[in-house]
Design a protein around this ligand. Structure first.
Ligand SMILES: *Cc1c(COP(=O)(O)O)cnc(C)c1O
Length: 379
């Protein structure tokens, strides 16, 4: 069997083709105005994105990793303070804490949703904890209800790494619905090109509902100044380029339609994997919408199985990827923290068994049906 048309993990060219005239116009306008740093589009985009997430303050910055660092900087924590982070996440979540001299303290994740296990978080909070940094991995919210409660109980801030779940929402037991990234004291996101709202280069943003904190974050992202050459804080040079903001303004209105397309594809994958002998679809938390930055399945925890599956899919013209093959506590850079193999069994097992399937809004239904067929033929 061969695919109806070549299948890609991600197809930005196809995504941009229908909006090319709008993108071109945004580039032309930006070049014409020549205000490449802090041009008007940056604040316009921030306002529009703030509205999109239900009214939070949005502070644009240079990338999602800086956003995490700025969020932590705004807490003013002394060196050595512990930051609870998922054991299974992209390295940036840990890195932001580590570069500030804070201590990333890994907490294991739930085996079905891949997100922070709230019971493990409760067990890991100590008097040294300075923040809980949740990640909404692959596009689904972590357990914001329990994490918010724990953060309140222990009087520590909750931060949300929302690089992968922009547009997701979480419904609390009160019935209130909140946008991912706006429940914590600070949320962060990334506009890395492959993210659900991707720019044309690096970009990122912070979310907060607190106007004073938004002011601090804005200062921190711009050399600690409000007035040029007057520095109240030690900050970073971390700004979103005007060009990126202008292009992201074009893309934002399409995000919901792209998300719906991802969700539709995920539904087909779910159906195809129902009762599958060896592949497990991602678990859904009914309280969260899932924006499927990735559709990530789990295979059997047997040596060589994942490689065989990848080869099988590849032979059928279906690319796949492993996010993430080595958990952060076993990375050489974090050996200084002294963690051992076996300490975070769920994260370790996931790093051996997960596989992400093609997921982007431009996949055709014929391609998805073909992928489903190939998956079903795998024992
Ligand atoms: C992409 C990503 C980041 C970092 O974003 P950059 O813009 O690449 O710096 C942080 N956390 C998670 C979970 C991510 O997926």
């Amino acid at each position: 069997m061969l695919p109806p048309q070549p299948i890609q993990l991600l197809d930005l060219r196809a995504q941009h083709a229908p909006i090319q005239p709008e993108l071109d116009a945004a580039v032309r306008t930006t070049f014409h105005e020549a205000a490449f740093i802090q041009g008007g589009a940056v604040q316009q985009f921030a306002a529009e994105l703030g509205q999109y997430v239900g009214g939070a303050h949005v502070v644009p910055c240079a990338n999602g990793t800086d956003a995490l660092q700025l969020a932590l900087m705004s807490l003013g924590l002394p060196r050595g303070t512990e930051i609870l982070v998922p054991a299974f996440t992209y390295v940036a979540t840990w890195e932001a804490a580590a570069v500030l001299g804070l201590v990333p303290v890994p907490v294991d994740v739930a085996p079905d949703t891949y997100n922070l296990d709230p019971a493990a978080v409760a067990a890991a909070v100590t008097s040294r904890t300075g923040a809980i940094l949740a990640v909404h991995l692959f596009g689904q919210c972590a357990d914001l209800e329990v994490l918010r409660l724990l953060a309140n109980q222990h009087n520590v801030p909750l931060l949300e790494d929302n690089a992968q779940a922009i547009g997701a929402t979480f419904t609390f037991s009160t019935g209130q619905v909140w946008a991912a990234g706006t429940v914590g004291e600070v949320g962060t996101t990334s506009f890395f090109p492959s993210k659900n709202l991707g720019g044309f280069g690096d970009g990122g943003a912070l979310f907060t509902r607190d106007a004073a904190r938004a002011h601090t974050l804005r200062q921190l992202a711009n050399h600690g100044q409000t007035r040029k050459y007057h520095h109240e804080l030690i900050g970073l040079n971390s700004r979103l380029d005007t060009l990126q903001a202008a292009l992201l303004r074009v893309k934002l209105p399409y995000l919901d339609a792209w998300t719906a397309a991802r969700q539709h594809i995920a539904t087909q994958y779910d159906a195809a994997l129902l009762g599958h002998p060896s592949l497990r679809p991602p678990g859904r938390d009914p309280r969260s919408t899932h924006v499927f930055h990735q559709y990530t399945v789990q295979g059997p925890d047997l040596p060589g199985q994942r490689e065989q599956l990848q080869q099988y899919l590849g032979a059928h013209g279906i690319p796949s990827a492993v996010y993430y093959p080595l958990p952060n506590h076993l990375q050489p850079a974090y050996a200084y923290l002294g963690h051992q193999l076996g300490e975070f069994p769920v994260a370790e097992r996931l790093s051996r068994t997960v596989l992400s399937l093609p997921m982007h809004p431009m996949l055709t239904m014929a391609q998805v049906a073909y992928i489903c067929q190939v998956l079903q033929a795998w024992a």
